[in-house]
Design a protein around this ligand. Structure first.
Ligand code: NAD
Length: 278
């Protein structure tokens, strides 16, 4: 089944399901991305700091797919926010990806201790104006960071890519984003395998009710909330499993039961807090 698209606040469309390559070893990236493209993924989420943009670029180049059928995201790393560094960084990323432009370029982390995320956002606007990316957005930005960049520039990011999975739903950010037309990209959509999400009762029971796997139920939950997801795996059978989530619907009650897995106090977070990343 076709992967649906979501329309961003700048009018561009993004496939709602993609393939993320965090921790895919550089030497394995061309093979893994090629398999993802064979399985039907058309949206790849990488980052300069993952060290595997060249592998993504090699897979795209050998895929035979036309550029317009692919959606590629990469991210500006934290040590390149200052001065004209963001311009140099996107040129390097495009070189490795063998592309003239990416579809989406993100500020990877706000690094609030350095207090340079407003400057980084101003540079993202220039990079978009220069045609090096079709859309611009941010990642790991809290509401205070989002409000500050919008106040300073008047430009609202197309997306905020944040850690989000059933135990950690970040509702303050998702509510703010819904009000401003910012789409949420959920990273770590499966909780990075760091807690027993698949054994949680509402996930397990929906899986058996629909004849799907727990991972498919969790991905379906994200999709029904309107989140954009790009689960990571280097195994072809899991790439296929994660792609096969468009032939069933969770009921409102099933969605609500998974909603109730939120820790409520932020303790469900499995990775770094934005204030801790420099
Ligand atoms: P994830 O939640 O996608 O979890 C990946 C883990 O789940 C892997 O260990 C994999 O083996 C396992 N898995 C995948 N499919 C499965 C299945 N069907 N059944 C059972 N286990 C399965 O976590 P992630 O990779 O951290 O997040 C996805 C993507 O988000 C990344 O690849 C990256 O593109 C992006 N990301 C962004 C940031 C950021 O700071 N912006 C941080 C982390 C990840």
């Amino acid at each position: 089944m076709t992967i649906p698209t979501v329309t961003l606040n700048d009018g561009n469309d993004i496939p709602q399901l993609g393939y993320g390559v965090f921790k895919v070893p550089p030497a394995d990236t061309e093979r893994a991305v090629s398999e993802a493209l064979e399985v039907g993924y058309r949206h790849i989420d990488t980052a300069a700091v993952y060290g595997n943009e060249a592998g993504v670029g090699a897979a795209i180049a050998s895929s035979g797919l036309s550029r317009g059928d692919l959606y590629v995201t990469t991210k500006l790393w934290n040590d390149r926010h200052d001065g004209e560094e963001p311009h140099a960084a996107i040129r390097e990323s495009l070189d490795k990806l063998r592309l003239d432009a990416v579809d989406l370029y993100l500020v990877h982390w706000p690094t609030p201790a350095a207090d340079n995320y407003v400057h980084a956002w101003e540079k993202m606007i220039e990079i978009q104006d220069a045609g090096h990316t079709r859309s611009i957005g941010v990642s790991n930005h809290l509401v205070a960071h989002l409000e500050r960049i919008v106040d300073a520039t008047g430009v609202v990011p197309a997306v905020n890519q944040i850690e989000l999975h059933p135990a950690y739903q970040q509702r303050e950010i998702t509510d703010w984003a819904a009000g401003k037309g910012v789409k949420i990209e959920a990273w770590g959509p499966l909780g990075q395998g760091k807690y027993d999400l698949f054994g949680a009762e509402p996930v397990a029971s929906a899986a058996s009710a629909h004849g799907k796997t727990p991972a498919q139920v969790v991905l379906r939950w994200h999709l029904q909330h309107g989140f954009i997801v790009f689960p990571k795996s280097v195994r072809r059978e899991r790439l296929e499993e994660n792609r096969d989530v468009f032939d069933f619907d969770l009921s409102d009650a099933e969605v609500a039961a998974i909603d109730a897995l939120d820790s409520g106090d932020g303790s469900g977070r499995v990775s770094a807090h934005p204030d801790e990343v420099h």
